[in-house]
Design a protein around this ligand. Structure first.
Ligand SMILES: Cc1cc2nc3c(=O)[nH]c(=O)nc-3n(C[C@H](O)[C@H](O)[C@H](O)COP(=O)(O)O)c2cc1C
Length: 159
């Protein structure tokens, strides 16, 4: 059970900066700019060579990434609102634009550019993703305030 409170701390993506990354065709990060490192809480060197799911947040439904990869396989670009997890368990929301990088007409890599998301959209998407996860994966995100006694009972049940 993850009980770290850092998971509730949001990092805002600044208006004037772009988070940029590139991956190989299997989603392994080949390039990360300094803004990506700063916002995700990693060093650039920690990101390169890792699968892009290093920043995957458990609130994100699997079906969103299935749609992303199916879209890329059709050689189309994908746009979506993504909640990502920082190294310290905090989170940040991005509007991602993912597309292919072509050399001499051949698909060689993927690239992603991300921009900030406004508060209204974050709330709407959080609720939508909660519904999707419940519907598709039978899983729910629960935040409860409990007395020590109640916590003991709940921990016993969840063990
Ligand atoms: C260029 C590119 C950028 C991506 N950016 C993210 C991202 O910011 N966050 C994320 O969770 N997944 C991102 N993905 C998708 C991941 O590769 C992965 O599919 C996703 O995190 C789900 O993890 P899983 O495939 O292990 O289930 C990106 C993929 C590509 C090709």
């Amino acid at each position: 059970m993850d009980t770290s409170y850092d998971m509730f701390i949001e990092t805002e993506v600044p208006e004037h900066e772009l988070i940029i990354s590139r991956t190989n065709l299997s989603g392994i990060i080949t390039y990360a700019n300094d803004t990506f490192a700063a916002i995700s809480g990693y060093e650039v060197g920690e990101l390169i060579g890792k699968p892009h799911n290093i920043v995957r947040h458990p609130d994100m439904p699997r079906s969103i990434f299935k749609d992303l990869w199916e879209t890329l396989e059709r050689r189309e670009s994908w746009q979506g609102i993504v909640k990502n997890r920082r190294k310290d368990n905090g989170y940040y929301w991005v509007h991602a634009d993912v597309s292919g990088v072509y050399k001499d007409g051949k698909l060689t890599e993927y690239k992603s550019l991300r921009a900030p998301v406004d508060t209204k959209t974050k709330i709407k998407m959080q609720n939508y993703y909660d519904v999707l996860r419940k519907r598709e994966e039978k899983s729910s995100r629960v935040v409860l305030y409990l007395t020590d006694e109640q916590l003991e009972m709940v921990s016993g049940i969840l063990k």
